[in-house]
Design a protein. Sequence first.
Length: 149
Amino acid sequence: MDYVLHAERFKLLDMELSYLASHGVRVGILNDTDKNEDGDVILFYAIDNEYGKGRIPARPFFRTGIKNGDKKIRERLNTNINKVINGKMTGEQALNNLGIMVKGMIQDSLRNGNWKPNAPRTLALKGNKPPLVDSGSMMDAIDYEIVER
């Protein structure tokens, strides 16, 4: 009987590790058609702000969020893999947990980054809101999904 339990446990572990090996997490602005209140495609607006374009200075909220959270991301990934190995979490739960965390890191970077202030013209148009934050549409567009590799 003990052998059957161990065999079943190894079968489940193999299934969960296979899931982790064949899936990953994609985080960012995943929809390339959603528009903000001005009619701009949010993804393109985010890219222009991430890298800078014309008079828009680079405000790399995405790269900063990932860079600043790199150690925490690795630690969470290792913790989650150990939980999968110990039967306390499925592979899908591990990836969802990681996706939620990274999504939050990018949103936090967008909201709280030390970005170059808005130009006087921009301030006149949108008021005294911080850079990258206006209606919240870009913040809301940041999401994650589990994908097959």
